[in-house]
Design a protein around this ligand. Structure first.
Ligand SMILES: [Fe+2]
Ligand SMILES: [Fe+2]
Length: 480
């Protein structure tokens, strides 16, 4: 059975669009908005693909839609059936061969960034009504939090163009009329975003309640700061470090457990803290100290249920980060750094969950049902982006730069500010693998540049790799 999938823009074309957009925005010093603008392009891409597929679905079923109500009914049937729908691939191929989608990006005379799509089909009155309704709804709501509570309305619109409209609105553009014109059997959809709006765009806003919450998180305990200080000293020796660690019995126990874990594969059981320090390596103990102290502060402050699932996710991502780093190069530093970054990458979510219980779950739920990117949706909800929040904590605690960057950029791995590209790429891909293994992320939506960076040539080799490391993770999980 073939899956119902077409691409008006191929994977490579999408990669080129991303690269082009990135250079284009950089030439106007607007790199900061790369992911927000790309979100619009990505949602529009999904919108066009979905529109064609819906037509194919209705054609295959021999349905002639007569009213908007009927259209909505069949669209939701299509949503439910699309994964099982056995596509008539000849028909789809013939259909897409004749469809031409093009994208123009330019700055117009009014200093607006213009995004223009041209497609050689005409939308029916009913399809246009669906686009218009998405626009009206996007105009009415002040943020996506409201949309989350509005499940019934969401069934009646086109989610992708709706999210594109919300992002455009988030960039300060009032959408007053349907941005669609028709000429000689071609449809043009055009958005204009004033460049000055992109200047004012802030990408690290956190809400007041989150900011208060971060202030309330304690500073590092004195003996840990002392340990980190000692570890920063190049003349530090094993016994000096061991003496400091021994002051903290819980950390001592955890460190022994870690040194004996399959991550380090010691030849014999590690029984003393000196041996544990030797096994892990003097250079990397600092990472372990940072991780265990962070975990401890969170466990003391928050209830276990709040952190349990996030920690579990982080642990698995840390394992994959370690594996990917080893695949990339035999560099112990990258492996160790990637591991701790994986361990802490989503700690911002714990803070969001404590302030807004259920928010992250409902975003994930909405995104899963509608094929939206949860990070982008989170960034539309001004002030509750877990990556930004995690990075604020990382600033408060003076974490090393690579760790700050992994927390801040693991969902936007091509941000122009990144200095530690390898570690950010590693955590991004490890996180993507976690969701891919659970069928909640498509191979098609994983960043092509990063797959290339890790030398994944195609979907099959990637799948095989993921299955193998998942098996290894299950063994690892049993032993820790
Ligand atoms: Fe994340
Ligand atoms: Fe994650």
């Amino acid at each position: 059975m073939s899956s119902l999938e077409i691409r008006l823009f191929s994977r490579n074309e999408k990669l080129n669009i991303f690269n082009y957009l990135s250079d284009f925005l950089a030439s106007f010093n607007k790199e900061r908005c790369l992911y927000n603008v790309y979100f619009i392009l990505n949602e529009m891409d999904k919108f066009f693909n979905n529109s064609i597929l819906k037509r194919a679905y209705l054609y295959k079923k021999g349905i002639k839609v007569r009213s908007y109500e009927e259209y909505i009914k069949y669209c939701s049937e299509y949503e439910n059936d699309k994964n099982d729908f056995e596509a008539d691939s000849d028909y789809l191929l013939a259909l897409t061969r004749n469809i031409n989608l093009s994208l123009d990006l330019y700055i117009d005379k009014e200093d607006c960034l213009c995004i223009v799509y041209k497609i050689n089909i005409l939308f029916s009155g009913i399809e246009k009504k669906s686009i218009e309704n998405s626009m009206i709804l996007a105009r009415q709501i002040s943020n996506i939090k409201e949309a989350l509570n509005n499940g019934d309305v969401l069934k009646r619109i086109d989610k992708n163009i709706y999210s594109a409209f919300i992002m455009i609105k988030n960039l300060g553009v009032e959408i007053s009329a349907l941005p669609l014109t028709e000429k000689e059997k071609k449809t043009e959809i055009k958005f204009g975003i004033p460049l000055k709006n992109l200047d004012n765009f802030k990408d690290d806003i956190i809400s007041e309640e989150i900011s208060k919450e971060i202030q309330n998180i304690p500073q590092y305990p004195q003996h840990i700061l002392e340990a980190i200080y000692t570890l920063n000293n190049p003349n530090t020796n094993f016994s000096g470090i061991s003496a400091i660690i021994k002051k903290d019995p819980a950390m001592t126990a955890d460190l022994l457990k870690l040194a004996n874990s399959p991550l380090y594969l010691p030849n014999r059981k590690v029984e003393s803290i000196e041996e544990a320090v030797r096994t892990i390596g003097i250079k990397y103990i600092k990472n372990v100290v940072i991780f265990y102290s962070t975990k401890k502060i969170f466990m003391n402050k928050y209830n276990l249920n709040l952190i349990k699932n996030i920690m579990k996710h982080c642990q698995e991502v840390a394992f994959y980060s370690n594996e990917l780093a080893a695949k990339l190069k035999k560099d112990k530093e990258l492996k160790e750094n990637a591991f701790i970054c994986g361990m802490l990458h989503d700690f911002g979510k714990i803070i969001v969950n404590s302030v807004k219980p259920g928010l992250i779950d409902s975003i994930n739920d909405l995104c899963l049902k509608n094929g939206m990117n949860s990070f982008s949706v989170e960034s539309i909800i001004s002030g509750y982006n877990h990556s930004v929040i995690g990075s604020k904590l990382s600033e408060k605690w003076n974490f090393p730069e690579f760790l700050y960057e992994a927390m801040r950029y693991h969902h936007i791995p091509h941000d122009y500010r990144i200095k530690n590209k390898e570690v950010v790429y590693t955590v991004y891909l490890a996180d993507a693998i976690y969701y891919y293994l659970r069928n909640t992320a498509d191979f098609e939506n994983i960043d092509g540049k990063i797959l290339e960076y890790f030398d994944f040539q195609d979907k099959n080799s990637f799948k095989e790799y993921c299955d193998t490391i998942f098996e290894r993770y299950e063994e690892f999980e049993d032993k820790i």
